[in-house]
Design a binder for this molecule. Structure first.
Ligand SMILES: Cc1cc2nc3c(=O)[nH]c(=O)nc-3n(C[C@H](O)[C@H](O)[C@H](O)COP(=O)(O)OP(=O)(O)OC[C@H]3O[C@@H](n4cnc5c(N)ncnc54)[C@H](O)[C@@H]3O)c2cc1C
Length: 367
C-alpha cells in the first residue's frame, strides 16, 4: 500500500484526496491546520462558490503558456464531468461563471468530503511545521511515519487576518525550492488624493488601467468607493493586471462613468437641465460641482493595493519552472505542489478554483 500525504484540506487538497480515495493501492493522510476543511472554499464567491468558468481563457492568468498546457490535460468539460460524477449539480450564469446549483458554497465542500470514505484520514488542527526527507521517504513534523509521496496544497494566506497568516507554508523553508514573493492580488486599489466624500457610492463604469500612460486593461463593471480606495470585481481584475507589471511607477485608473452612453454631451446636458443629477450618482454630482472633471475619463492615481488580508488570492509562490508538467518538483521526486501555492493566479470568475481543481486532477493522475 502506497502512503500518500496531502498538506492542506482546501479546494486543491480535498479534490486530490477525493481522486486518491478511489484507488485501492493507496492510503491517504491529510494534515489540516484549522479545525475545518475547505474554509476558503466555503467563503468563496460571496458564499456561493464560483467554482469554474465555461470559458477559461489562458490570458486571464499570469502565465498564459503554463495554463495552455494545463488545459490540454484538464479543461472545463473535464472538471464538470468530475463534479457531475460526484453528484454535484451546477448552474452557469450568462458570463460563464459556474456555481453549485444550491448557490451555497459549503455544498461543494460537503460533496468532496462525502466522497472520501475511510481511506482518507484528515488530521485537523495539525499544522505541518516541518517536511524532511530520508531514504527516499518523507516525514512530517519529525513523526516516525514515512510517506512515499507528499502533495503540498496549503494555499496562500490571502483573505486571512494577519495573525492567522503566520505559519502558512513555513515548512517550505525545509526544502530547496525557488519561490516568488507573495503579493496581494484580486484586491482594491488605494488611491492618491482620494475624494473621501465618495465613500459608500457604487456605480457602473468602464475601468481602464494605464501604466506610464499605456493601456494595460479595460473592462466594464461595478465600482465600489471605499474609505480610502476603490473595489468591486472589475477593480479586482484590474489589480491582477497591475500585479504583473514590472514597473509600477506612474500608474493610474481612468473611470468612464457613462460606460454605456456615448451620445450625451455632458456640457450641453448640464446647461439644459441645470445639473448632472439625471445621469450621475448624487455623490459624484456633488464632487463634480466642486471640481468639474471629465465624466468619461475620471482619473485616479494609484498609490498601491490593499493588503493580503483583503485579497482573494496571492500572486507569487512556487515558481512553475520548478515543476514537471504533472506538478512534481523537479529536484524533489515524490513531492508535488498544487493550487494557489504555485505561482499561478487568475482573474475573478472561477479561474482560481478551476486551477486548484485542475492541478489536483493532473497531479494525482499518475501518482
Ligand atoms: C473571500 C474569497 C472569495 C473567493 N472567491 C473565489 C471564487 O468565487 N472563485 C474562485 O475561483 N476563487 C475564489 N477565491 C480564491 C480561491 O478560494 C482560492 O484560490 C482557492 O481556495 C485556493 O485553493 P487551495 O486549495 O490552493 O488553497 P486553500 O483553499 O487556501 O487551502 C489551503 C489549506 O491548507 C491549510 N494549510 C495552510 N498551511 C498549512 C500547514 N502548514 N499545515 C496544514 N495545513 C495548512 C489551510 O488551512 C487551508 O485549509 C476566493 C478567495 C477568497 C479569500
Amino acid at each position: 500500500m502506497k502512503e500518500i500525504t496531502i498538506i492542506g484540506a482546501g479546494a486543491a487538497g480535498l479534490f486530490a484526496a477525493q481522486k486518491l480515495s478511489q484507488r485501492s493501492d493507496v492510503r491517504v493522510t491529510v494534515y489540516e491546520r484549522s479545525p475545518k476543511a475547505g474554509t476558503k472554499l466555503r467563503a468563496s464567491g460571496g458564499g456561493r462558490a464560483n467554482i469554474l468558468n465555461t470559458n477559461i481563457l489562458p490570458h486571464h492568468y499570469n502565465d498564459e503558456n503554463f495554463i495552455k498546457k494545463v488545459l490540454e490535460k484538464a479543461d472545463y468539460d473535464t472538471l464538470l464531468s468530475e463534479f457531475e460524477a460526484m453528484g454535484l449539480k451546477t448552474i452557469a450564469d450568462e458570463e460563464g461563471r459556474v456555481y453549485p446549483s444550491t448557490l451555497f458554497a459549503p455544498t461543494v465542500v460537503n460533496v468532496l468530503l462525502a466522497q472520501l470514505g475511510t481511506k482518507v484520514n484528515i488530521r485537523y488542527e495539525t499544522p505541518v511545521l516541518s517536511l524532511k526527507t530520508a531514504n527516499g521517504k518523507w516525514h512530517i513534523n519529525d513523526e516516525e511515519k514515512a510517506y512515499d509521496k507528499v502533495i503540498m496544497a496549503s494555499g496562500s494566506p490571502a483573505g486571512m487576518v494577519v495573525q492567522k497568516q503566520k505559519g502558512y507554508n513555513h515548512y517550505l523553508s525545509d526544502i530547496q525550492i525557488k519561490t516568488k514573493k507573495l503579493a496581494p492580488s484580486l484586491t482594491g486599489f488605494i488611491i492618491r488624493n482620494y475624494p473621501k466624500s465618495l465613500f459608500g457610492c457604487r456605480v457602473r463604469a468602464e475601468v481602464s488601467l494605464f501604466a506610464q500612460n499605456q493601456l494595460i486593461f479595460k473592462e466594464k463593471g461595478e465600482v465600489m468607493f471605499k474609505e480610502d480606495g476603490i473595489s468591486g470585481i472589475v477593480i479586482l481584475n484590474a489589480s491582477a493586471y497591475y500585479n504583473r507589471l514590472e514597473n509600477k511607477d506612474h500608474c493610474h485608473l481612468s473611470l468612464n462613468l457613462l460606460p454605456d452612453d456615448t451620445q450625451t454631451d455632458v456640457k450641453r446636458h448640464e446647461e439644459e437641465f441645470g445639473s448632472l443629477a439625471g445621469i450621475l450618482h448624487p455623490k459624484l454630482c456633488q464632487l463634480y460641482e466642486r471640481h468639474p472633471f471629465d465624466l468619461r475619463d475620471f482619473k485616479m492615481e494609484i498609490e498601491g493595493l490593499y493588503g493580503i488580508d483583503s485579497a482573494q488570492v496571492c500572486s507569487g509562490g512556487i515558481l512553475t519552472s520548478e515543476l514537471t508538467p504533472d506538478f512534481q518538483l523537479k529536484r524533489h521526486p515524490g513531492l508535488y505542489a498544487i493550487g494557489e501555492m504555485v505561482d499561478i493566479d487568475g482573474v475573478c470568475g472561477g479561474y482560481n478554483l478551476f486551477f486548484a481543481f485542475a492541478s489536483a486532477l493532473i497531479a494525482t493522475a499518475k501518482l
